[in-house]
Design a protein around this ligand. Sequence first.
Ligand code: TPS
Length: 204
Amino acid sequence: MRCNLSLYLVTDPDLCRGHGLESTVAAAVRGGVTMVQLRDKHASDTEMIAQAIRLKEILEGSGVPLIINDRLSVALESGADGLHVGQSDTAVHEARDAMKPGAIIGLSINSLDELAAAPVEILDYIGLGPVFATPSKQNHAQPIGFEGLATLAQASPLPSVAIGGLKAEHCRSVREAGAHGIAVISAICGQTDPEQAARSFRFT
Ligand code: TPS
């Protein structure tokens, strides 16, 4: 596997506001996150490119890749390590053709039908969820629970990361369901001490 999905931080501009995006990410990396995804549904491309470039500097030398949510042009122009897309976002084929060799591309999956339709040969990982209902994503799909997570993780030919309403106490259930890691927004971004919050996850 080219990426370590163990503890995958997805950022949210509002929840990161307290400490600031860059300090939150730096603290989370000290606390042990293994992947970082820049996600901002409202910023302009220009703003997001600037943020991505600053996060890349913070992540430099840490071995933690920077993934961009949804926006291929931001991933390309910032020189990020990868792109995460949802079912209605940028087509995976277009992203794979445009990104540099070795770029990490992930896709959100909520059902066996979506898994069957996914172009797994050109993906690196899939995000499975939401496991639970979550206020961090508007209009999210039907929650799959740990049972749905297990069905999808075990049917997946690709490494998977579970997401949606997850906290440190869920690490064991996520691992037992067969996912390769746990992805969170609010359990790290919204916390008073993001470093300690990240440290409290023990996935392996
Ligand atoms: C790797 N997604 C599904 S639930 C959710 C998001 C952003 C909210 C989680 O927040 N898989 C990956 N990246 C994504 N962006 C998604 C899926 C989509 P919280 O942890 O606060 O519940």
